[in-house]
Design a protein around this ligand. Structure first.
Ligand code: PPE
Length: 304
């Protein structure tokens, strides 16, 4: 169950958590065209810090642009509202969910004139794939569902409706005893997890899937920059599921899932079946960064 906080920002006003409701004929609720973000804020020595706020807000606007939804606020207003939501709720650590949706008005697939609304909620959210998942790694399954064709779902946008595909894949994986699903693209190459980008390591080289059928993850970008700074070779290249099977290390990245090692894929151990050295190194750099312990990456933090 979600841990409630006090207030949610809805179109410029703070509303009590329990009163943050919408009409049942809210357009996005029926047809799935809404865009959202997932942002984390972490406890640091200098108070709560929001990780890569600007980039998340930029992606929210990019998602809206792709979907031709006009957000009735300026990006600076949304950034400030996100900071205010953390402040008002006295959160020192948690997850922030800005959501842009098409409101009540017309039904049918051309909702001309329906209001565009924005809501921002924040709440404490622990380890997405479990504490043990972070330390020992998770077991995943290549899904029978595939990511949509690039001209069906334009995955540079983070659209609510796309998560039907993710949920089906996740349900399938969990019902079969795995912790997360891995989806392939329409051509059969590795794409991403239900809510994570993926990296593999082999012979000291890191590979991550190129930006075709995947969300342009902000954690993915963070890890790519960190690997480069550590002089670890990293490339964006397509790879197949068997290349993943024989990888020495593999891990998922995402705001919610952070850096989660993958210890097994389709019942095949990855490396020695525990988090590898490069994964552990990047994971610790990531946690030190978000917790404000690395001044080198301090520019990615917005203190509340
Ligand atoms: N791919 C998908 C499909 C995805 O949903 C996410 C984030 C990522 C990659 C990683 O992106 P980034 O967070 O920018 O590194 N998924 C968000 C939603 C999770 C949820 O259950 O809700 C998240 O991690 O916040």
């Amino acid at each position: 169950m979600i841990s409630k906080t006090d207030k949610i920002w809805m179109d410029g006003k703070f509303v009590k958590w329990d009163d943050a409701n919408v009409h049942i004929l809210t357009h996005t609720l029926h047809y799935g065209l809404g865009v959202f973000e997932g942002i984390r804020c972490y406890k640091t020595d200098k108070g709560p810090a929001i990780f890569r706020l600007k980039e998340h807000v930029q992606r929210l606007y990019d998602s809206s642009h792709i979907c031709q939804i006009e957000i009735p606020y300026r990006p600076e207003e949304i950034e400030q509202a996100i900071i205010d939501v953390v402040k008002v709720n006295k959160l020192d650590e948690g997850y922030i969910r800005p959501f842009v949706y098409i409101g009540y008005g017309m039904m049918g697939l051309y909702p001309k004139g329906n209001p565009i609304s924005v809501a921002i909620a924040a709440w404490p959210w622990g380890k997405y794939l479990g504490e043990e998942g972070l330390t020992k790694g998770i077991s995943i399954k290549v899904s029978s569902y595939i990511r949509s064709h690039v001209n069906s779902n334009m995955t540079r946008a983070k659209v609510s409706g796309y998560y039907v595909n993710s949920q089906l894949a996740k349900k399938e994986a969990i019902s079969m005893g795995y912790e997360e699903a891995l989806l392939l693209d329409t051509e059969g190459y590795v794409s991403e997890g239900s809510a994570e980008n993926i990296f593999v390591v082999r012979n000291g080289l890191i590979k991550t899937t190129p930006l075709t059928s995947i969300l342009e993850g902000i954690t993915r970008d963070t890890i790519m920059k960190m690997a480069k700074d550590e002089n670890i070779e990293i490339v964006e290249a397509r790879f197949t599921r068997d290349e993943l099977y024989i990888a020495e290390e593999a891990f998922f990245t995402g705001t919610a899932s952070e850096i989660t090692p993958i210890r097994e894929v389709d019942n095949r151990k990855i490396g020695r079946g525990c988090p590898g050295e490069i994964t552990k190194k990047l994971q610790s750099l990531y946690f030190d960064t978000v917790k404000g312990k690395l001044s080198k990456y301090g520019h990615w933090l917005t203190y509340v």
